[in-house]
Ligand binder design. Structure first.
Ligand code: NG1
Ligand code: MG
Length: 553
Protein backbone atom coordinates (compact mmCIF):
# COMPACT_ATOMS: atom_id res chain seq x y z
CA UNK A 1 0.00 0.00 0.00
CA UNK A 2 2.64 2.47 1.08
CA UNK A 3 4.62 1.92 -2.09
CA UNK A 4 1.71 2.29 -4.48
CA UNK A 5 -0.38 5.05 -3.08
CA UNK A 6 -3.68 5.08 -4.93
CA UNK A 7 -4.43 7.72 -7.49
CA UNK A 8 -6.57 10.54 -6.15
CA UNK A 9 -10.03 10.88 -7.65
CA UNK A 10 -11.23 14.41 -7.90
CA UNK A 11 -13.49 13.99 -10.85
CA UNK A 12 -16.35 15.80 -9.23
CA UNK A 13 -14.70 18.61 -7.33
CA UNK A 14 -13.92 21.14 -10.00
CA UNK A 15 -10.44 22.67 -9.89
CA UNK A 16 -9.29 20.31 -7.17
CA UNK A 17 -5.52 20.29 -7.07
CA UNK A 18 -4.14 17.26 -5.28
CA UNK A 19 -0.98 17.74 -3.32
CA UNK A 20 0.41 14.36 -4.25
CA UNK A 21 3.58 15.13 -2.37
CA UNK A 22 1.74 15.60 0.88
CA UNK A 23 -0.13 12.37 0.19
CA UNK A 24 3.09 10.51 -0.54
CA UNK A 25 4.72 11.68 2.66
CA UNK A 26 1.65 10.48 4.48
CA UNK A 27 1.60 7.07 2.78
CA UNK A 28 2.44 5.13 5.93
CA UNK A 29 -0.35 6.77 7.85
CA UNK A 30 -2.79 6.01 5.04
CA UNK A 31 -1.78 2.37 4.76
CA UNK A 32 -2.00 1.82 8.50
CA UNK A 33 -5.51 3.20 8.42
CA UNK A 34 -6.45 0.84 5.60
CA UNK A 35 -4.97 -2.19 7.37
CA UNK A 36 -6.73 -1.37 10.60
CA UNK A 37 -10.00 -0.89 8.73
CA UNK A 38 -9.75 -4.37 7.28
CA UNK A 39 -9.04 -5.83 10.71
CA UNK A 40 -11.99 -4.10 12.30
CA UNK A 41 -14.62 -4.45 9.62
CA UNK A 42 -13.49 -7.58 7.81
CA UNK A 43 -13.39 -5.99 4.38
CA UNK A 44 -11.30 -3.43 2.53
CA UNK A 45 -12.30 0.24 2.41
CA UNK A 46 -12.98 1.65 -1.04
CA UNK A 47 -11.95 5.26 -0.45
CA UNK A 48 -10.13 7.59 1.90
CA UNK A 49 -11.70 11.00 2.38
CA UNK A 50 -9.33 13.66 3.69
CA UNK A 51 -10.04 17.18 4.94
CA UNK A 52 -7.52 19.54 6.55
CA UNK A 53 -7.88 21.89 9.50
CA UNK A 54 -7.12 25.52 8.91
CA UNK A 55 -5.43 28.44 10.53
CA UNK A 56 -7.16 31.75 10.13
CA UNK A 57 -4.44 34.30 9.45
CA UNK A 58 -6.76 37.26 9.91
CA UNK A 59 -10.50 38.05 9.87
CA UNK A 60 -11.96 36.71 13.11
CA UNK A 61 -15.63 36.63 14.04
CA UNK A 62 -16.68 38.37 10.88
CA UNK A 63 -17.58 35.48 8.56
CA UNK A 64 -21.05 35.12 10.08
CA UNK A 65 -21.80 38.77 9.35
CA UNK A 66 -20.69 37.98 5.79
CA UNK A 67 -17.36 39.83 5.67
CA UNK A 68 -14.37 38.09 4.13
CA UNK A 69 -11.64 36.24 6.03
CA UNK A 70 -8.13 35.05 5.20
CA UNK A 71 -7.46 31.44 6.24
CA UNK A 72 -5.03 28.81 4.98
CA UNK A 73 -5.37 25.03 5.21
CA UNK A 74 -2.84 23.36 7.50
CA UNK A 75 -1.10 20.03 7.01
CA UNK A 76 -2.94 18.47 9.93
CA UNK A 77 -6.07 16.74 8.82
CA UNK A 78 -8.84 14.20 9.33
CA UNK A 79 -8.73 10.97 7.32
CA UNK A 80 -11.69 8.65 6.93
CA UNK A 81 -11.29 5.22 5.39
CA UNK A 82 -14.75 4.34 4.13
CA UNK A 83 -16.66 1.76 2.18
CA UNK A 84 -20.04 0.10 1.87
CA UNK A 85 -20.66 -2.21 4.80
CA UNK A 86 -20.86 -5.89 4.03
CA UNK A 87 -22.38 -6.65 7.39
CA UNK A 88 -26.07 -6.69 8.09
CA UNK A 89 -25.46 -5.23 11.56
CA UNK A 90 -24.60 -1.74 10.34
CA UNK A 91 -26.62 0.37 12.70
CA UNK A 92 -29.86 -1.23 11.64
CA UNK A 93 -32.64 -1.81 14.17
CA UNK A 94 -36.32 -2.55 13.71
CA UNK A 95 -37.26 1.10 13.58
CA UNK A 96 -34.32 2.31 11.55
CA UNK A 97 -34.33 3.30 7.92
CA UNK A 98 -31.71 1.97 5.50
CA UNK A 99 -28.24 3.47 5.50
CA UNK A 100 -26.85 2.36 8.87
CA UNK A 101 -23.39 3.53 9.87
CA UNK A 102 -20.58 1.93 11.88
CA UNK A 103 -17.98 4.53 12.79
CA UNK A 104 -14.77 3.91 14.66
CA UNK A 105 -11.76 6.04 15.50
CA UNK A 106 -8.11 5.04 15.79
CA UNK A 107 -7.98 7.25 18.87
CA UNK A 108 -9.40 5.09 21.69
CA UNK A 109 -10.69 8.24 23.40
CA UNK A 110 -13.55 8.21 20.89
CA UNK A 111 -16.00 5.31 21.38
CA UNK A 112 -17.16 3.20 18.44
CA UNK A 113 -20.56 4.33 17.21
CA UNK A 114 -23.37 2.57 15.41
CA UNK A 115 -26.32 4.59 14.21
CA UNK A 116 -28.89 4.82 11.48
CA UNK A 117 -31.48 7.31 10.33
CA UNK A 118 -34.73 6.47 12.15
CA UNK A 119 -38.11 6.41 10.52
CA UNK A 120 -40.30 9.24 11.74
CA UNK A 121 -42.89 6.87 13.20
CA UNK A 122 -40.32 6.03 15.87
CA UNK A 123 -40.80 9.60 17.14
CA UNK A 124 -38.11 12.26 17.25
CA UNK A 125 -36.01 12.79 20.36
CA UNK A 126 -35.95 16.08 22.27
CA UNK A 127 -32.63 17.06 20.73
CA UNK A 128 -33.97 16.32 17.28
CA UNK A 129 -37.06 18.43 17.88
CA UNK A 130 -34.92 21.36 19.00
CA UNK A 131 -32.88 20.89 15.86
CA UNK A 132 -35.95 20.83 13.66
CA UNK A 133 -36.66 24.46 14.61
CA UNK A 134 -33.59 25.56 12.70
CA UNK A 135 -33.76 22.93 9.98
CA UNK A 136 -32.98 24.29 6.58
CA UNK A 137 -34.78 21.63 4.59
CA UNK A 138 -38.40 20.57 4.55
CA UNK A 139 -39.06 17.85 7.08
CA UNK A 140 -37.76 14.51 5.79
CA UNK A 141 -39.46 11.20 6.48
CA UNK A 142 -36.65 10.15 8.83
CA UNK A 143 -34.56 11.75 11.54
CA UNK A 144 -31.00 11.40 12.74
CA UNK A 145 -30.45 12.19 16.37
CA UNK A 146 -27.70 14.84 16.80
CA UNK A 147 -26.89 15.82 20.35
CA UNK A 148 -26.59 19.62 20.48
CA UNK A 149 -26.32 19.75 24.28
CA UNK A 150 -22.87 18.19 24.68
CA UNK A 151 -19.78 17.76 22.57
CA UNK A 152 -19.80 14.27 21.00
CA UNK A 153 -17.40 13.18 18.29
CA UNK A 154 -20.06 11.37 16.31
CA UNK A 155 -22.17 14.54 16.05
CA UNK A 156 -19.82 15.77 13.32
CA UNK A 157 -20.19 12.51 11.40
CA UNK A 158 -23.95 12.68 11.72
CA UNK A 159 -23.95 16.33 10.65
CA UNK A 160 -22.20 15.36 7.41
CA UNK A 161 -24.52 12.41 6.91
CA UNK A 162 -27.63 14.46 7.60
CA UNK A 163 -26.74 16.85 4.80
CA UNK A 164 -26.07 14.06 2.33
CA UNK A 165 -29.29 12.26 3.26
CA UNK A 166 -31.47 15.33 3.10
CA UNK A 167 -30.04 16.44 -0.22
CA UNK A 168 -29.86 13.12 -2.03
CA UNK A 169 -32.28 10.80 -0.27
CA UNK A 170 -35.01 13.09 1.10
CA UNK A 171 -37.98 10.78 0.71
CA UNK A 172 -36.40 7.51 -0.34
CA UNK A 173 -35.76 6.33 3.18
CA UNK A 174 -39.43 5.96 3.88
CA UNK A 175 -40.40 4.75 0.42
CA UNK A 176 -40.16 1.34 -1.10
CA UNK A 177 -37.78 2.15 -3.93
CA UNK A 178 -34.74 0.26 -2.65
CA UNK A 179 -32.72 1.50 -5.62
CA UNK A 180 -32.53 4.89 -4.10
CA UNK A 181 -31.64 3.94 -0.57
CA UNK A 182 -28.38 5.06 1.00
CA UNK A 183 -25.98 2.17 1.42
CA UNK A 184 -24.84 1.02 4.86
CA UNK A 185 -21.38 2.41 5.51
CA UNK A 186 -18.33 1.50 7.61
CA UNK A 187 -16.00 4.34 8.57
CA UNK A 188 -12.64 4.49 10.29
CA UNK A 189 -11.34 7.89 11.40
CA UNK A 190 -7.94 9.20 12.31
CA UNK A 191 -7.05 12.82 12.91
CA UNK A 192 -4.11 15.07 13.60
CA UNK A 193 -5.97 18.36 14.16
CA UNK A 194 -6.12 19.03 17.90
CA UNK A 195 -9.75 19.46 18.93
CA UNK A 196 -11.06 22.60 20.62
CA UNK A 197 -7.96 24.53 19.58
CA UNK A 198 -9.31 26.92 16.97
CA UNK A 199 -7.76 24.95 14.10
CA UNK A 200 -11.13 23.70 12.94
CA UNK A 201 -11.04 20.04 13.67
CA UNK A 202 -14.83 20.29 13.57
CA UNK A 203 -15.00 21.60 10.00
CA UNK A 204 -12.39 19.03 8.93
CA UNK A 205 -14.60 16.31 10.45
CA UNK A 206 -17.74 17.61 8.76
CA UNK A 207 -16.11 18.13 5.36
CA UNK A 208 -14.42 14.70 5.44
CA UNK A 209 -17.60 13.01 6.60
CA UNK A 210 -19.72 14.77 3.96
CA UNK A 211 -17.19 13.65 1.32
CA UNK A 212 -17.14 10.07 2.63
CA UNK A 213 -20.93 9.68 2.51
CA UNK A 214 -21.14 11.35 -0.90
CA UNK A 215 -18.45 9.07 -2.29
CA UNK A 216 -19.65 5.75 -0.90
CA UNK A 217 -23.17 6.55 -2.11
CA UNK A 218 -21.90 7.47 -5.55
CA UNK A 219 -23.16 11.03 -5.31
CA UNK A 220 -19.91 12.97 -5.57
CA UNK A 221 -20.09 13.24 -9.33
CA UNK A 222 -21.12 16.73 -10.33
CA UNK A 223 -20.69 18.25 -6.87
CA UNK A 224 -18.57 21.40 -7.12
CA UNK A 225 -16.26 22.75 -4.43
CA UNK A 226 -18.65 25.64 -3.86
CA UNK A 227 -21.54 23.22 -3.30
CA UNK A 228 -19.42 21.12 -0.95
CA UNK A 229 -18.58 24.24 1.10
CA UNK A 230 -22.26 25.20 1.26
CA UNK A 231 -23.27 21.69 2.31
CA UNK A 232 -20.58 21.53 4.98
CA UNK A 233 -21.57 24.99 6.33
CA UNK A 234 -25.19 23.97 6.55
CA UNK A 235 -24.27 20.60 8.06
CA UNK A 236 -22.01 21.95 10.78
CA UNK A 237 -24.76 24.29 12.03
CA UNK A 238 -26.67 21.16 13.01
CA UNK A 239 -24.20 20.58 15.82
CA UNK A 240 -25.54 23.75 17.49
CA UNK A 241 -23.07 26.52 16.65
CA UNK A 242 -24.30 29.21 14.27
CA UNK A 243 -20.98 29.47 12.54
CA UNK A 244 -19.97 31.29 9.38
CA UNK A 245 -18.26 29.50 6.50
CA UNK A 246 -14.60 30.30 6.70
CA UNK A 247 -13.49 26.93 8.10
CA UNK A 248 -15.36 24.83 5.62
CA UNK A 249 -14.25 27.04 2.71
CA UNK A 250 -10.61 26.77 3.79
CA UNK A 251 -10.82 23.02 4.30
CA UNK A 252 -12.35 22.47 0.85
CA UNK A 253 -10.84 25.12 -1.40
CA UNK A 254 -7.26 25.79 -0.21
CA UNK A 255 -4.23 24.79 -2.21
CA UNK A 256 -0.58 24.48 -1.15
CA UNK A 257 1.38 27.74 -0.87
CA UNK A 258 -1.70 29.97 -0.93
CA UNK A 259 -3.98 31.52 1.60
CA UNK A 260 -7.61 32.06 0.74
CA UNK A 261 -9.42 35.37 0.63
CA UNK A 262 -12.91 34.01 1.10
CA UNK A 263 -16.02 36.17 0.89
CA UNK A 264 -19.63 35.34 1.62
CA UNK A 265 -21.69 38.15 0.11
CA UNK A 266 -23.62 38.36 -2.17
CA UNK A 267 -22.49 34.74 -2.58
CA UNK A 268 -19.50 32.56 -1.74
CA UNK A 269 -16.36 33.91 -3.39
CA UNK A 270 -12.81 32.58 -3.17
CA UNK A 271 -9.51 34.06 -4.28
CA UNK A 272 -6.35 32.01 -3.74
CA UNK A 273 -3.59 34.43 -2.75
CA UNK A 274 -0.02 33.10 -2.63
CA UNK A 275 1.71 34.23 0.52
CA UNK A 276 4.67 36.46 -0.20
CA UNK A 277 7.80 34.37 -0.59
CA UNK A 278 10.54 36.93 -0.21
CA UNK A 279 13.38 36.29 -2.55
CA UNK A 280 15.43 37.91 0.12
CA UNK A 281 16.00 36.30 3.50
CA UNK A 282 14.51 35.85 5.98
CA UNK A 283 11.58 33.83 4.75
CA UNK A 284 8.71 33.66 7.20
CA UNK A 285 6.31 30.94 8.31
CA UNK A 286 3.24 30.80 10.47
CA UNK A 287 3.67 29.16 13.84
CA UNK A 288 0.63 27.86 15.73
CA UNK A 289 0.87 27.70 19.50
CA UNK A 290 -1.88 25.97 21.41
CA UNK A 291 -2.71 27.63 24.73
CA UNK A 292 -3.93 24.20 25.85
CA UNK A 293 -7.07 25.92 27.11
CA UNK A 294 -9.75 23.82 25.43
CA UNK A 295 -12.66 25.88 24.28
CA UNK A 296 -15.80 23.78 24.28
CA UNK A 297 -17.66 25.83 21.75
CA UNK A 298 -20.86 23.82 21.72
CA UNK A 299 -21.41 24.00 25.48
CA UNK A 300 -20.30 27.64 25.90
CA UNK A 301 -22.04 28.89 22.74
CA UNK A 302 -24.73 30.80 24.62
CA UNK A 303 -22.19 33.03 26.40
CA UNK A 304 -19.61 33.15 23.67
CA UNK A 305 -20.05 32.21 20.03
CA UNK A 306 -23.80 32.33 19.53
CA UNK A 307 -23.99 35.45 21.69
CA UNK A 308 -21.59 37.20 19.26
CA UNK A 309 -23.82 36.10 16.39
CA UNK A 310 -26.90 37.62 18.05
CA UNK A 311 -25.12 40.81 19.19
CA UNK A 312 -23.88 41.50 15.68
CA UNK A 313 -27.28 40.81 14.11
CA UNK A 314 -29.11 43.06 16.55
CA UNK A 315 -26.34 45.66 16.16
CA UNK A 316 -26.97 45.66 12.42
CA UNK A 317 -30.69 46.39 12.90
CA UNK A 318 -30.10 49.12 15.49
CA UNK A 319 -27.50 50.77 13.25
CA UNK A 320 -29.87 50.55 10.28
CA UNK A 321 -32.50 52.35 12.39
CA UNK A 322 -30.04 55.09 13.26
CA UNK A 323 -29.03 55.48 9.62
CA UNK A 324 -32.62 55.66 8.39
CA UNK A 325 -32.39 52.37 6.47
CA UNK A 326 -35.86 50.82 6.28
CA UNK A 327 -36.23 47.22 7.39
CA UNK A 328 -39.26 44.95 7.51
CA UNK A 329 -40.08 43.57 10.98
CA UNK A 330 -39.02 40.04 10.00
CA UNK A 331 -35.75 41.10 8.32
CA UNK A 332 -32.50 40.01 9.92
CA UNK A 333 -29.74 41.63 7.87
CA UNK A 334 -26.04 41.36 8.72
CA UNK A 335 -23.55 44.23 9.04
CA UNK A 336 -22.29 43.45 5.54
CA UNK A 337 -25.78 43.87 4.10
CA UNK A 338 -26.33 47.12 6.01
CA UNK A 339 -23.07 48.46 4.59
CA UNK A 340 -24.25 47.54 1.15
CA UNK A 341 -27.61 49.32 1.65
CA UNK A 342 -25.86 52.42 3.02
CA UNK A 343 -23.37 52.59 0.14
CA UNK A 344 -26.10 52.04 -2.43
CA UNK A 345 -23.53 50.66 -4.90
CA UNK A 346 -24.66 47.59 -6.86
CA UNK A 347 -22.71 44.55 -5.61
CA UNK A 348 -21.47 43.89 -9.13
CA UNK A 349 -19.56 47.18 -8.94
CA UNK A 350 -18.26 46.65 -5.45
CA UNK A 351 -14.89 45.02 -6.03
CA UNK A 352 -12.46 44.59 -3.14
CA UNK A 353 -10.92 48.04 -3.62
CA UNK A 354 -14.32 49.74 -3.64
CA UNK A 355 -15.37 47.71 -0.61
CA UNK A 356 -12.30 48.93 1.26
CA UNK A 357 -13.11 52.56 0.49
CA UNK A 358 -16.73 51.89 1.47
CA UNK A 359 -15.76 50.47 4.87
CA UNK A 360 -13.45 53.43 5.53
CA UNK A 361 -16.29 55.84 4.76
CA UNK A 362 -18.68 53.85 6.94
CA UNK A 363 -16.49 53.60 10.06
CA UNK A 364 -17.54 56.97 11.55
CA UNK A 365 -21.20 55.84 11.31
CA UNK A 366 -20.43 52.91 13.61
CA UNK A 367 -19.96 55.45 16.42
CA UNK A 368 -23.74 55.93 16.36
CA UNK A 369 -23.97 52.63 18.25
CA UNK A 370 -21.95 53.92 21.21
CA UNK A 371 -24.19 53.48 24.24
CA UNK A 372 -24.96 56.63 26.22
CA UNK A 373 -24.87 55.09 29.68
CA UNK A 374 -22.15 57.21 31.19
CA UNK A 375 -23.60 56.58 34.62
CA UNK A 376 -22.84 52.86 34.43
CA UNK A 377 -19.79 51.58 36.28
CA UNK A 378 -16.79 50.56 34.17
CA UNK A 379 -17.15 47.03 32.82
CA UNK A 380 -20.92 47.42 32.69
CA UNK A 381 -21.12 49.23 29.41
CA UNK A 382 -23.44 47.81 26.80
CA UNK A 383 -27.21 47.56 26.76
CA UNK A 384 -29.67 45.39 28.65
CA UNK A 385 -32.13 43.09 26.90
CA UNK A 386 -34.89 45.63 27.51
CA UNK A 387 -32.81 48.49 26.07
CA UNK A 388 -31.84 46.36 23.12
CA UNK A 389 -35.47 45.58 22.33
CA UNK A 390 -36.35 49.28 22.48
CA UNK A 391 -33.45 50.20 20.20
CA UNK A 392 -34.53 47.56 17.69
CA UNK A 393 -37.90 49.29 17.23
CA UNK A 394 -39.62 45.88 17.37
CA UNK A 395 -42.20 44.61 19.83
CA UNK A 396 -40.78 42.26 22.46
CA UNK A 397 -42.61 39.42 20.80
CA UNK A 398 -41.32 40.19 17.32
CA UNK A 399 -37.80 40.74 18.66
CA UNK A 400 -37.87 37.34 20.30
CA UNK A 401 -39.13 35.70 17.14
CA UNK A 402 -36.48 37.22 14.88
CA UNK A 403 -33.42 37.25 17.14
CA UNK A 404 -33.86 34.73 19.93
CA UNK A 405 -36.28 31.97 18.98
CA UNK A 406 -33.63 29.96 17.09
CA UNK A 407 -30.73 30.30 19.48
CA UNK A 408 -29.97 30.33 23.19
CA UNK A 409 -27.96 33.28 24.53
CA UNK A 410 -27.27 34.63 28.00
CA UNK A 411 -25.86 38.04 28.99
CA UNK A 412 -26.61 40.87 31.38
CA UNK A 413 -25.27 43.52 28.99
CA UNK A 414 -25.14 43.14 25.22
CA UNK A 415 -22.21 44.81 23.46
CA UNK A 416 -23.56 46.15 20.19
CA UNK A 417 -21.04 48.96 19.76
CA UNK A 418 -17.89 47.00 20.62
CA UNK A 419 -18.85 44.14 18.32
CA UNK A 420 -19.65 46.51 15.45
CA UNK A 421 -16.38 48.36 15.87
CA UNK A 422 -14.54 45.02 15.83
CA UNK A 423 -16.36 43.81 12.73
CA UNK A 424 -15.74 46.85 10.56
CA UNK A 425 -12.11 47.42 11.58
CA UNK A 426 -11.34 43.70 11.20
CA UNK A 427 -13.00 43.60 7.78
CA UNK A 428 -10.72 46.44 6.76
CA UNK A 429 -7.62 44.70 8.12
CA UNK A 430 -8.42 41.58 6.09
CA UNK A 431 -8.47 43.61 2.89
CA UNK A 432 -5.26 45.41 3.89
CA UNK A 433 -3.59 42.04 4.59
CA UNK A 434 -4.66 40.82 1.17
CA UNK A 435 -3.34 44.03 -0.41
CA UNK A 436 0.07 43.68 1.26
CA UNK A 437 0.32 40.10 -0.08
CA UNK A 438 -0.74 41.14 -3.57
CA UNK A 439 1.69 44.07 -3.65
CA UNK A 440 4.54 41.83 -2.50
CA UNK A 441 3.65 39.18 -5.09
CA UNK A 442 3.44 41.77 -7.86
CA UNK A 443 6.86 43.29 -7.31
CA UNK A 444 9.18 41.95 -9.98
CA UNK A 445 12.25 41.49 -7.81
CA UNK A 446 12.24 41.62 -4.03
CA UNK A 447 8.98 42.59 -2.33
CA UNK A 448 8.94 45.75 -0.23
CA UNK A 449 11.40 45.32 2.64
CA UNK A 450 8.78 45.88 5.29
CA UNK A 451 6.22 43.37 3.92
CA UNK A 452 6.50 41.07 6.92
CA UNK A 453 6.39 43.97 9.37
CA UNK A 454 3.21 45.21 7.69
CA UNK A 455 1.54 41.80 7.86
CA UNK A 456 2.66 41.45 11.48
CA UNK A 457 1.27 44.84 12.45
CA UNK A 458 -2.13 43.92 11.00
CA UNK A 459 -2.10 40.65 12.96
CA UNK A 460 -1.27 42.50 16.18
CA UNK A 461 -4.06 45.01 15.61
CA UNK A 462 -6.44 42.13 14.93
CA UNK A 463 -5.51 40.49 18.22
CA UNK A 464 -6.02 43.72 20.12
CA UNK A 465 -9.48 44.06 18.61
CA UNK A 466 -10.37 40.42 19.34
CA UNK A 467 -9.22 40.89 22.94
CA UNK A 468 -10.86 44.21 23.73
CA UNK A 469 -13.81 44.62 21.35
CA UNK A 470 -14.88 41.12 20.34
CA UNK A 471 -13.75 39.82 23.73
CA UNK A 472 -12.98 36.42 22.29
CA UNK A 473 -9.50 35.98 23.76
CA UNK A 474 -8.52 34.82 27.26
CA UNK A 475 -5.57 35.53 29.59
CA UNK A 476 -3.56 32.48 28.45
CA UNK A 477 -3.93 33.36 24.76
CA UNK A 478 -3.06 37.00 25.48
CA UNK A 479 0.04 35.80 27.33
CA UNK A 480 1.08 33.61 24.39
CA UNK A 481 0.76 36.51 21.95
CA UNK A 482 2.76 38.75 24.20
CA UNK A 483 5.47 36.07 24.55
CA UNK A 484 5.50 35.55 20.80
CA UNK A 485 6.18 39.22 20.22
CA UNK A 486 8.91 39.20 22.85
CA UNK A 487 10.39 36.15 21.10
CA UNK A 488 10.66 38.11 17.85
CA UNK A 489 7.43 37.36 15.96
CA UNK A 490 6.45 39.96 13.35
CA UNK A 491 2.89 39.62 14.60
CA UNK A 492 0.80 37.31 16.73
CA UNK A 493 -2.90 36.79 17.29
CA UNK A 494 -5.63 34.51 18.55
CA UNK A 495 -6.95 32.34 15.74
CA UNK A 496 -10.35 30.70 15.32
CA UNK A 497 -13.25 31.16 17.65
CA UNK A 498 -11.01 31.91 20.64
CA UNK A 499 -11.70 31.73 24.39
CA UNK A 500 -8.73 29.40 24.41
CA UNK A 501 -7.25 27.42 21.54
CA UNK A 502 -4.37 28.55 19.39
CA UNK A 503 -2.42 31.64 18.50
CA UNK A 504 -0.84 32.15 15.10
CA UNK A 505 2.42 34.07 14.81
CA UNK A 506 4.40 35.20 11.80
CA UNK A 507 8.01 34.18 12.42
CA UNK A 508 11.24 34.25 10.41
CA UNK A 509 11.77 30.69 9.17
CA UNK A 510 15.34 30.43 10.38
CA UNK A 511 14.27 31.44 13.89
CA UNK A 512 11.41 28.97 14.41
CA UNK A 513 13.28 26.67 16.76
CA UNK A 514 14.60 29.51 18.85
CA UNK A 515 11.10 31.00 18.86
CA UNK A 516 9.44 27.81 20.08
CA UNK A 517 12.18 27.44 22.69
CA UNK A 518 11.42 30.88 24.06
CA UNK A 519 7.69 30.19 24.17
CA UNK A 520 8.39 26.96 26.04
CA UNK A 521 10.47 28.85 28.58
CA UNK A 522 7.94 31.60 29.05
CA UNK A 523 4.60 29.81 28.93
CA UNK A 524 4.18 27.78 32.12
CA UNK A 525 1.90 25.03 30.67
CA UNK A 526 4.68 24.20 28.14
CA UNK A 527 7.52 23.76 30.61
CA UNK A 528 6.87 20.06 31.12
CA UNK A 529 6.40 19.36 27.42
CA UNK A 530 9.16 17.65 25.46
CA UNK A 531 9.56 16.03 22.05
CA UNK A 532 6.35 14.99 20.36
CA UNK A 533 4.15 16.62 23.00
CA UNK A 534 5.84 19.96 22.45
CA UNK A 535 5.62 19.54 18.67
CA UNK A 536 1.91 18.84 19.12
CA UNK A 537 1.45 22.08 21.03
CA UNK A 538 3.51 24.42 18.91
CA UNK A 539 4.45 23.92 15.29
CA UNK A 540 5.27 25.78 12.11
CA UNK A 541 2.83 25.18 9.30
CA UNK A 542 2.67 26.02 5.66
CA UNK A 543 -0.46 26.40 3.55
CA UNK A 544 -1.50 22.91 2.46
CA UNK A 545 -3.95 21.20 0.13
CA UNK A 546 -7.70 21.28 0.59
CA UNK A 547 -9.94 18.24 0.92
CA UNK A 548 -9.71 15.28 -1.42
CA UNK A 549 -10.79 11.68 -1.91
CA UNK A 550 -8.48 8.79 -2.75
CA UNK A 551 -9.85 5.76 -4.55
CA UNK A 552 -8.42 2.53 -3.20
CA UNK A 553 -8.31 -0.17 -5.80
P1 NG1 B 1 -13.38 27.55 15.00
O1 NG1 B 1 -14.02 27.44 16.30
O2 NG1 B 1 -11.98 27.91 15.06
O3 NG1 B 1 -13.64 26.32 14.16
C1 NG1 B 1 -15.23 29.43 14.50
C2 NG1 B 1 -16.25 29.37 13.38
C3 NG1 B 1 -15.86 30.19 12.15
C4 NG1 B 1 -15.48 31.60 12.56
C5 NG1 B 1 -14.46 31.55 13.70
C6 NG1 B 1 -14.15 32.92 14.26
C7 NG1 B 1 -17.25 27.13 13.47
C8 NG1 B 1 -17.40 25.86 12.76
N1 NG1 B 1 -16.44 28.00 12.92
O4 NG1 B 1 -14.07 28.74 14.14
O5 NG1 B 1 -16.91 30.19 11.22
O6 NG1 B 1 -16.60 32.37 12.89
O7 NG1 B 1 -14.93 30.76 14.80
O8 NG1 B 1 -13.60 33.74 13.29
O9 NG1 B 1 -17.88 27.35 14.47
MG1 MG C 1 -14.71 24.40 14.94
Amino acid sequence: MAAQLPVPVFTSLDQAIPDIQTAAVQAVRYSQLVEEYEKRFGHKPTYIARAPGRVNLIGEHIDYVLFGAFPAAIERDILIACGPSLSSESGATETSAPGGVRAQNLNPKYDPQTFAPMLKSAGPSAAEEADAASAVHAEPAWHLDINTRELRWESYIKAGYYGVLSRFFPAALAGSDKQDHPVPVDLLFTGSVPSGSGLSSSAAMVVASTLAFLTVNNKLDGVTKGQLVEMAMENEKRVGVNSGGLDQAASVICTPHSALYVTFFPQLGAELIPLPTPRTTPRAVFVCANSLVVSDKVVSAKWHYNLRVVETLVGARVLANKLGIQLGPADRPTFREILSRWLGTPESELDTDALKVGIERFLPEVEKLRPGHEGRPAGEEGVTMQEMIELSGLSAEQFHKVYLSWVEVEAEYFQLYKRARHVFTEALRVIEFRDVCLRANASSDAPPADTLQQLGALMDASHESCATLCESSCPEVDALCWLAKAAGAYGSRTTGAGWGGCTVSLVAEDRVEEFIGKIKEGYAPYRELEGERLREASFATKPSAGAFVLKLD
